[in-house]
Design a protein around this ligand. Structure first.
Ligand code: SAH
Length: 347
């Protein structure tokens, strides 16, 4: 008999499962609360359940708990990077960033990634597997419990392509924002995608209030193809059309991420072309000076070039910020801590 992945069951599903065990309905509510509100690490903590029920659940279910194998804290800004081990021995990373407006967690959605973006460390070993809803929730739960800080914001910008793990992502978002759980506002949740067009259209119809961030990184199709293989499958006009439709259906302002790579996409001409692409959309552009990855030879532009790029967009009436680099002293960029760990332990 395959075991039930109990932490991936949403509120309704858990009620049905517990009723199927012949238990009274309030038990389902109690168990959900232990897992998703009190963030229990084991059945042993569930002190208002009988020993017999706990033993039965132990036998019939998988109770996902992530194990922190490394926690690094930035001396510069307090950012914390967590390297978690999953039940099958895989490792993933998550980040806690502390801002004046609250605490934000960045989670991974897959073990590895198959999108192949040239500048990204997460994709170097390819995709290993999707994360379950429980494994995505657990990243937030362990961080909130171990740091003692309430998590108010969430970004799906760690390793993996969230729209390549669509069903689990959707369940995760609904459970995280459920008032039976941590009840994190959907308005404080951002999902970042490299541009899987059919799933952007699908997401627009899910009746969610989340922010969509599109990894653009280039101002025309030719350049985008060189940085992001996904552009061969979904061309830039289609991607932008999907974003426009997302805004029209949800009313949520779009975010475009643009990693500035020295000598590749950082010229004034690029800024002009980019303005033309997004100028008529209700959007915000986030510029990210590329984080050099050991295995790749991309470099950051000089700070003057970054500033000039920003100024050009602003002159064209575009809302733009340069992303503040968090945790620069602790392998801040996506996938770098995990790669370092894999390199030292398995290569
Ligand atoms: N798969 C999703 C989430 C990935 S990571 C996506 O593509 O959006 C979040 C963002 O960081 C993406 O915009 C990604 O392109 C960017 N990124 C990845 N590696 C980077 C690096 N070395 N420097 C700067 N940005 C990077």
């Amino acid at each position: 008999m395959t075991k039930v992945d109990i932490k991936s069951l949403d509120y309704q599903e858990l009620q049905a499962y517990v009723a199927g065990l012949g238990e009274k309905s309030f038990r389902g509510k109690q168990i959900y609360q232990w897992m998703h509100e009190k963030l229990a690490e084991s059945y042993d903590e569930m002190s208002n359940l009988s020993k017999a029920l706990r033993t039965r659940l132990e036998g019939e279910t998988v109770f996902t708990v992530l194990k922190p194998v490394q926690v690094l804290t930035s001396a510069l800004d307090g950012t914390q990077k967590y390297l978690f081990e999953l039940e099958d021995g895989n490792v993933i990373e998550s980040v806690l960033m502390k801002y004046k407006h609250g605490n934000s967690v960045c989670i991974s959605s897959q073990v590895g990634c198959r999108m192949g973006c040239r500048f990204c460390a997460s994709t170097i070993g390819g995709l290993n597997r999707n994360l379950t809803p429980a494994e995505m929730l657990e990243q937030v739960y362990r961080i909130q419990r171990s740091s003692g800080e309430r998590v108010s914001n969430l970004v799906v910008m760690g390793t993996g392509e969230p729209l390549d793990n669509y069903d689990n992502l959707l369940k995760f978002i609904r459970m995280l924002s459920d008032d039976h759980g941590l009840n994190i506002s959907q308005r404080n949740i951002t999902v970042s995608t490299c541009g899987i067009v059919p799933n952007i259209h699908r997401l627009a119809l899910e009746d969610l209030q989340i922010t969509l961030a599109l990894s653009l990184h280039a101002s025309n199709q030719e350049k985008r193809k060189q940085l992001m293989p996904i552009a061969n499958k979904y061309a830039l006009p289609q991607v932008l059309e999907a974003c426009r439709s997302y805004f029209e259906k949800t009313g949520r302002r779009l975010t475009f991420e643009y990693s500035l790579v020295g000598g590749v996409n950082d010229s004034q001409e690029d800024a002009r072309e980019l303005s033309g692409l997004v100028g008529d959309l209700n959007c915000h552009v986030n510029l990210i000076p590329v984080n050099p990855v050991k295995e790749r030879d991309y470099v950051q532009p000089d700070s003057g070039v970054v500033q000039a790029f920003k100024n050009k967009l602003e002159k064209n009436g575009i809302n733009v910020t340069i992303r503040r680099e968090m945790g620069r002293d602790i392998d801040g960029a996506c996938g770098q801590l995990r790669r370092k760990y894999l390199n030292t332990h398995f290569c």
